[in-house]
Design a protein around this ligand. Structure first.
Ligand code: IMP
Ligand code: MG
Length: 185
């Protein structure tokens, strides 16, 4: 894999802006669920850095769980139709306040099918917290109750988002320069 600096067109959201917004989301979520308990569900793998930082900014007692889904899609960077659960939760969510934590809502298909599936397990409440939203790309309607940033229709990486599985560790969100990126296969 190339160095990220060679494929970075621009930094879209720098590390300070991310952390500042995530702190605000933590305060808002803590206020909204006052007196309640909360279960954060991270959608692997992109949601990991976001959920970790968000969790540190939530002052209520809460639990965490993880799930993974793979979307049936045409291209590698697209998702379509429905999502298949490849790693299910360990927690029984019935009667719980569930907050799904996702890196980005793009077409909306992933979150939309996860929501439908989790709804059948009868949680007390089921809401969505997404770091990023690309509204121009939406095909399936999804409610986003807590949003970090709305972004333009560009392929981004860093802070959980990958470029062919690399660069999830970067502390900022950057735009890929597709002219400079050379996929390795
Ligand atoms: P959706 O089902 O189209 O909403 O797909 C959402 C998933 O696609 C996200 O969880 C990401 O894994 C991936 N994705 C969408 N846009 C980007 C992007 O710009 N960079 C990296 N991954 C993305
Ligand atoms: Mg993802």
């Amino acid at each position: 894999m190339q160095n990220y600096k060679d494929v970075l067109a621009e930094i879209l959201i720098d590390a300070d802006s991310l952390q500042k917004r995530i702190a605000e989301l933590g305060i808002q979520i803590s206020a909204d669920y006052t007196g309640e308990e909360l279960l954060l569900i991270c959608i692997l793998r992109g949601g990991v850095p976001f959920m970790v930082d968000l969790s540190r900014n939530i002052t209520l007692p809460h639990m965490m769980d993880f799930m993974a889904v793979s979307s049936y899609g045409v291209g590698k960077r697209e998702s379509s139709g429905s999502a298949r659960v490849t790693l299910d939760l360990q927690t029984d969510i019935r009667g719980k306040n569930v907050l799904l934590v996702e890196d980005i809502v793009d077409s909306g298909h992933t979150i939309s099918s996860v929501l439908q599936m989790l709804e059948t397990r009868q949680p007390k409440t089921l809401k969505v917290c997404a770091l990023l939203d690309k509204p121009e790309r939406r095909e399936a309607h999804v409610p986003i109750h807590y949003l970090g940033f709305s972004i333009p229709n560009k392929f981004v990486f860093g802070y959980g988002l990958d470029l062919d599985e690399y660069f999830r560790n970067l502390p900022f969100v950057g735009v890929v320069d597709l002219d400079k990126y050379k996929p390795s296969t």
